[in-house]
Ligand binder design. Structure first.
Ligand SMILES: Nc1nc2c(c(=O)[nH]1)N[C@H]1C(S)=C(S)[C@@H](COP(=O)(O)OP(=O)(O)OC[C@H]3O[C@@H](n4cnc5c(N)ncnc54)[C@H](O)[C@@H]3O)O[C@H]1N2
Ligand code: MOO
Ligand code: MG
Length: 395
């Protein structure tokens, strides 16, 4: 199955089981969360016309080339008197423009005379250096759509509109399961035949960055009965995300357990790394089985599980930024799967890590992004390839 089709099917399944429960949170606690309601402005921004510069406010008509006396001084936070005709007002950035004034000259373009009157040394236009009321936002305008993910910028924007709390979709509850008899948690001495579990922490901390509630379901031995049992225990979650045990080996039981339960939906993708990615349900709970090789786990989580999770929350824009760059490497052998090579940009070209084995997580730590090579494609140096920054995928 081509990658696009797999993604479409995953997204369709996500849309069929949207998470709708919401909670009201203090603004500062909404980082990474998804807006449940459109954010509509209850004020004009700015609420009143204000000065964009430190200088002098005046009515242009009053200025006939002669210096003007200063009738008041207005700081940000103060409420000015209406401007006396024939005068100017000393004004500072962010201070309200007095009624009657229609432009501000910055102080660099003025000279204060000995008699304290102000001479304007440069031409002026109506509206100059005034930020009009409602220039950014007017009352009733929709500022952010429901389904927007909140980050520092959106939080800042909500604060500028006076929101102290926001309604967000509750977190997705994800159980993370690592499968494999060979796995050992870091911190213990490695025995013969063992390797440390790297997928667990990789996924748990990635999910946390995405705003998920993570339930660490530990390590599952390679055993069909144990797999069935553990899957059955994880019934209060929105998704079971496992790694390993999805290929065709005699110790790969995850796909088998789903097939047995009659709910295996997706298997064998034209993606490298990540071919055996598995999606299904176990007694109604969605299960995504990521392939166990660490780089396969990473690529399939980034490109398939992440958008699935975001879509469960109602997020519409899930496509990461990608751009075309010149390949700084050759790709002489066309593949029958779409490849996501761990690469970086050097002198404007994409170069790739020397070892692209799906077992080598170090390739991704070295990389700045995924270089997409389409199925059937060959490349000579200088050909255009798509580059997806990893930073786009991590949050
Ligand atoms: N005969 C075939 N063999 C394999 C095929 C195939 O099509 N035919 N596909 C290969 C591909 S592609 C992949 S990817 C792997 C996927 O295998 P599984 O998802 O079943 O994963 P495991 O076999 O359990 O483990 C694979 C590999 O990854 C290591 N691993 C697993 N979990 C972790 C973890 N939590 N932390 C670190 N490393 C982990 C595990 O030790 C294995 O080395 O199958 C190929 N085989
Ligand atoms: O798809 Mo497996 O693609 O070697 O990592
Ligand atoms: Mg296997």
């Amino acid at each position: 199955m081509p990658v696009e089709e797999a993604l479409e099917r995953l997204l369709a399944m996500a849309e069929a089981t949207p998470i709708r429960e919401r909670e009201r949170l203090p603004l500062a606690a909404t980082q990474g969360r998804v807006l449940a309601e459109p954010l509509v402005s209850s004020l004009d921004l700015p609420p009143w016309p204000n000065s964009a510069m430190d200088g002098y406010a005046l009515r242009l008509e009053d200025w006939k080339g002669e210096p003007l006396p200063v009738s008041q001084k207005i700081f940000a936070g103060q409420v000015p008197e209406p401007l006396q005709p024939g005068t100017c007002a000393r004004i500072f950035t962010g201070a309200p423009v007095p009624a009657g004034a229609d432009c501000v000259q910055m102080q660099e373009n003025t000279e204060v005379q000995d008699d304290q009157r102000v001479r304007f040394t440069e031409p002026l236009k109506v509206g100059q250096n005034i930020r009009p009321q409602g220039q950014e936002t007017t009352i009733g305008e929709q500022i952010l759509a429901a389904g927007t993910r909140l980050g520092p910028i959106e939080q800042g924007l909500a604060a500028s509109l006076g929101c102290a709390e926001l309604d967000v979709i509750r977190r997705v509850r994800v159980a993370v399961l690592s499968t494999g008899d060979e796995l050992l948690e870091p911190g213990q001495p490695l025995g013969p035949g063992q390797i440390y579990n790297s997928n667990r922490v990789l996924l748990c901390s990635w999910l946390q960055r995405l705003g998920c509630e993570v339930l660490d379901a530990g390590i599952l031995p390679d055993d069909l009965a144990a797999t069935r049992e553990r899957l059955a225990e994880l019934k209060d979650v929105d998704l079971i995300l496992s790694t390993g045990g999805v290929s065709v080996g005699e110790a790969d039981f995850l796909g088998l357990a789903l097939r047995e339960a009659g709910e295996l939906a997706l298997w064998k993708l034209a993606i490298k790394p990540g071919k055996p990615l598995t999606f299904g349900h176990f007694r109604g709970v969605p299960v995504i089985g990521l392939p166990g090789n660490p780089a396969s786990t990473l690529v399939t989580f980034a490109l398939l599980a992440r958008p699935y999770l975001l879509r469960r929350l109602g997020v519409q824009s899930i496509q990461p930024l990608r751009f075309q760059v010149a390949a700084g490497f050759a790709w002489p052998q066309p593949g029958n799967r779409r490849e996501y090579l761990r690469g970086r940009l050097e002198d404007g070209r994409a170069i790739i890590y020397r070892n692209q084995s799906s077992g080598v997580l170090r390739s991704a730590a070295w990389a700045e992004g995924l270089v997409e090579v389409l199925e059937g494609r060959t490349l000579v140096e200088g050909d255009q390839v798509a580059f997806i920054p990893l930073s786009e995928l991590l949050d």
